[in-house]
Design a protein around this ligand. Structure first.
Ligand SMILES: Cc1ncc(COP(=O)(O)O)c(C=O)c1O
Length: 360
């Protein structure tokens, strides 16, 4: 990475430099997508995708209730209405039944979120979208390299959006993102919009409105170094997940999320449902083990969306997930001992609890 950074320093092509185009080509090739457009963040990619698809005021976009707020912020940024729906109980992912129930004459798009690194069951959603003339924008911010029936996450819908936030499966040295699509016109529009409305080669000519949301060359150069390692890093995450699954199986008060058999989960996060989360958190803290909560407030309960969204409740799954999800340490290179220690801390919670007092 230092060598790549020095190359950019020598070259001075900090904005729209050579590494940007190279990375875009390499990421598109890796995914099997025709086009990749680097953006300043995953949020920018999602916002530009909807904008370029013509989604705006009066339009509804279906969004799962348990995702990072950025998915829905991309909708409100276009003055459209996010319609929040509950998710499937076994995977916490968007399902076709909720999509069908939420669709109205105003619905213009569906945003499946490949949460935690597992791809949504896309076939029924794509079929329904085709029948109803809806766009599908995949939020693949947590799913670099994940697969569904042989296709990479982000390449199944009309557009797929990635985040390169530093903690992601491949991360930049700060914020970064990308949009991928097989639609040449959509790619051209997003490429123009991300550069203040200027088409490549037509600087200072603005035929359409845009914004300043280009992926910086330095980040692209670093991402080029990391991309060839992505598959191995994802394998390491998958092995760690398999170890967690084996060791956590049958631990009272803990429920594992389902890993579907039709794809390749890349475990951006390893989240479990815990009956007594506060006690589990205390036990992990006591052992000096880091953890996360993704996410403590579901989107239908976020003040920011009040008055500018629709909530197709009730939300038993998303509400339960918000109060019981716990993300355990997960990163390439995590050791067997680190996983055993984490599971040990969680087991101590269940052994403290009176027998028979396990509620879920
Ligand atoms: C599911 C999801 N969507 C969107 C984003 C937004 O990406 P960024 O932080 O790069 O704007 C993220 C990550 O931060 C995310 O996890």
């Amino acid at each position: 990475m230092r060598a790549a950074i020095e190359r950019v320093l020598d070259d001075c092509g900090f904005a729209q430099g050579r590494d940007l185009e190279e990375f875009e080509n390499e990421f598109a090739t890796y995914l099997g997508s025709a086009h990749c457009v680097g953006t300043s963040s995953g949020t920018a990619a999602l916002k530009l995708a909807l904008e370029a698809l013509g989604i705006g005021a009066g339009d509804e976009v279906i969004v799962p209730a348990n995702t990072f707020a950025a998915t829905a912020l991309a909708v409100t940024a276009n003055n459209a209405t996010p319609v929040f729906v509950d998710v499937e109980g076994d995977t916490l992912l968007l399902g076709i039944d909720a999509v069908v129930a939420a669709t109205t004459a105003r619905t213009k798009a569906i945003m499946p979120v490949h949460l935690f690194g597992q791809v949504v069951d896309m076939d029924p959603i794509m079929r329904f979208a085709r029948e109803r003339g809806l766009f599908v924008v995949e939020d693949a911010a947590q799913a670099h390299g994940a697969e569904y029936l042989g296709a990479k996450a982000g390449t199944i819908g009309h557009a797929g959006c990635f985040s390169f936030y530093p903690t992601k499966n491949i991360g930049a040295l700060g914020d970064g993102g990308a949009l991928v699509t097989n639609d040449v016109e959509l790619a051209r529009l997003v490429r123009t919009k991300r550069w203040l409305g200027q088409e490549k080669g037509s600087r200072y000519r603005h035929d359409i409105v845009g914004e300043n949301s280009v992926l910086d060359t330095l980040h692209a150069a670093v991402l080029r170094v990391k991309l060839p390692h992505l598959n191995v890093w994802n394998d390491e995450r998958r092995s760690a997940a398999a170890m967690y699954r084996k060791l956590l199986d049958g631990v009272p008060g803990i429920r594992l999320l389902a890993e579907r058999g039709d794809g390749r989960h890349v475990y951006h996060l390893f989240a479990v449902l815990v009956a007594e989360r506060e006690t589990a958190e205390a036990s992990l803290r006591e052992a000096g083990i880091g953890y996360g909560i993704h996410y403590p407030i579901p989107l239908h309960r976020q003040a920011a969306f009040s008055g500018r969204s629709k909530a197709l409740g009730p939300f038993p799954v998303a509400d339960n997930a918000a109060s019981s999800l716990l993300s355990l340490p997960m990163f390439p290179g995590i050791t067997h001992d680190e996983i055993v220690d984490t599971v040990g801390a969680l087991r101590r919670v269940s052994s403290r609890r009176a027998v028979g007092a396990t509620h879920f």
